[in-house]
Ligand binder design. Structure first.
Ligand SMILES: *[C@@H]1O[C@H](CO)[C@@H](O)[C@H](O)[C@H]1NC(C)=O
Ligand SMILES: *[C@@H]1O[C@H](CO)[C@@H](O)[C@H](O)[C@H]1NC(C)=O
Ligand SMILES: *[C@@H]1O[C@H](CO)[C@@H](O)[C@H](O)[C@H]1NC(C)=O
Ligand SMILES: *[C@@H]1O[C@H](CO)[C@@H](O)[C@H](O)[C@H]1NC(C)=O
Length: 434
């Protein structure tokens, strides 16, 4: 069963809705992106002898504006600054690097610390003003002086002009030299050092756009095999491609799809089968996909049906009509694995999120809420009641708040710490250490 989760951190971004959350590969850093184009990086507090229980708190480390709103004059279209995805690069020196993307442009950011400042230039004074050369009579040797620690974010590369449609995913290859960016119809492969050229590796754009029946919804590289990647589609299928087979991977090497149960067929079937997220397990053996009502775990060696299917909020099956009318049916929920691939997590409505234990088959619904917002409050499991008599502490389907949705979550790579984005609040929960 699940350990008890306690809230260890609540951070409210004042202006904007969080649009992505991502831990770095040791879990010491956590980055969020928001609708306003900003990236906030949190760093985990170091253990202190006198307050051992405080270990785990995450504090703001750096905040910077990654993307600005732009206007595409050729198409008369506004390009939103919203950050769609963030991916960390492995650390190679004292600085940290991450990729962030909006709909069109991927940027490589360097985040570095500075605690010294040069002083005593000859041609300019301390404020940076140029000195009148006629007043310079003696030569000085500039020196480095200590100053308060400053964290700077600098854009190192800007990968633009690679996409006509909206970028939904970026994924760094395990060779750490290349990454791919995916939009509705194409996947491009980039070298992290080269911004003026990318290779198109998947293109599903039909010659006649009226024949378009399917779009790409997400894509990811295999965690260990640098030639393998997967992409998911709006028709509920997943294609696994091998870059060794051909330069353009339009023909897949594996095709995962579950035939629809004819008894469940309805007007909404195709919409709810659209895959909103696909993730390889850390081991690389499994795939997890999220569609509107379920999470599925697939074995890479079994293409015709998922290994496991978990109902996220099956009680919404009778509400699809109103969810269509208020557009919620198009919400794109993400899904994540825990560090050992034994538990999976995804979001729902009413600020609920769900966890499924793959071994014990137990599941739990938890709520990220401001109420009982005491710092180390214990999360109580929630229950949604479907028809019949509602028990105390149960919530009825009709009173769920569909404007409160948890689309983005992240799981620490080797501890039971999770980050949950609920509109403009970031919650970090940790299992209770006895
Ligand atoms: C993640 O961040 C931590 C904390 O600063 C750092 O020590 C670690 O090297 C980072 N890991 C990677 C793989 O970047
Ligand atoms: C990309 O830029 C590099 C260096 O500026 C240049 O040598 C190269 O020719 C450019 N490639 C393309 C395809 O424009
Ligand atoms: C069909 O619908 C039922 C509930 O109405 C659900 O339990 C079952 O998983 C669905 N089948 C498929 C293949 O989605
Ligand atoms: C994954 O979750 C299970 C169940 O809570 C836990 O026993 C295991 O330690 C977790 N793995 C990691 C790496 O956090």
């Amino acid at each position: 069963t699940f350990k008890i989760l306690i809230k260890i951190h609540l951070h409210s971004l004042y202006s904007d809705i969080i649009s992505t959350v991502e831990f770095n590969s040791t879990g010491e850093l956590l980055a969020t992106g928001d609708k306003g184009g900003r990236v906030v990086v949190f760093q985990r507090e170091q253990e202190s002898k006198n307050q051992p229980h405080r270990r785990g708190e995450y504090n703001v480390y750096s905040t910077f504006q990654s993307h600005e709103p732009e206007f595409d004059y050729l198409k008369s279209l506004e390009i939103e600054e919203k950050i769609n995805k963030i991916r960390w690069l492995p650390q190679q020196n004292a600085a940290y690097f991450l990729l962030s993307t909006n709909d069109k442009t991927v940027k490589l950011w360097k985040i570095s610390e500075r605690d010294k400042r040069p002083e005593g230039y000859n041609l300019k004074d301390e404020d940076g003003r140029i000195r009148d050369p006629t007043t310079i009579t003696a030569l000085r040797v500039p020196v480095l002086r200590p100053m308060d620690l400053m964290v700077e974010a600098t854009p190192r590369r800007v990968f633009s002009n690679g996409h006509t449609y909206h970028i939904n995913s970026i994924s760094i290859n395990s060779d750490y030299e290349t990454y791919m960016s995916t939009d509705d119809l194409r996947i491009n492969l980039w070298n992290l050092e080269i911004t003026n050229r990318s290779f198109n590796i998947v293109d599903i754009k039909p010659t006649n756009m009226e024949e378009l029946t399917e779009v790409i919804t997400a894509a990811e590289f295999h965690p260990h095999q640098c030639n393998t990647f997967v992409y998911s589609s709006s028709k509920g299928s997943i294609r696994l491609c091998d870059m060794r087979a051909a330069a353009l991977c339009d023909s897949h090497s594996k095709f995962f799809e579950e035939p629809e149960d004819p008894s469940n067929r309805s007007f909404f079937s195709e919409i709810i089968s659209s895959i909103s997220d696909v993730k390889f397990s850390h081991s690389g053996r499994y795939l997890m996909t999220r569609d509107y009502l379920t999470i599925k775990v697939w074995d890479l060696n079994m293409e015709n049906k998922p290994l496991e299917t978990y109902q996220v909020h099956d009680y919404l099956r009778s509400k699809l009509c109103s969810l269509y009318e208020n557009d919620c049916i198009f919400d794109k929920f993400e899904c994540v694995w825990n560090g050992s691939d034994s538990v999976i997590m995804t979001g729902s409505y009413n600020n609920f999120f769900r966890m499924f234990d793959r071994n014990t088959k137990r599941d739990v619904t938890l709520e990220a809420s401001r109420e009982n917002s005491k710092p180390r409050a214990v999360l109580k499991p929630r229950k949604v009641c479907v028809g019949g008599k509602r028990r105390k502490d149960e919530i009825s389907v009709d009173s769920l708040d569909f404007s409160k949705k948890i689309l983005h979550t992240a799981w620490h790579p080797n501890e039971n710490i999770i980050a949950v984005a609920a509109t403009n609040n970031l919650y970090i929960f940790q299992d209770k250490v006895n």
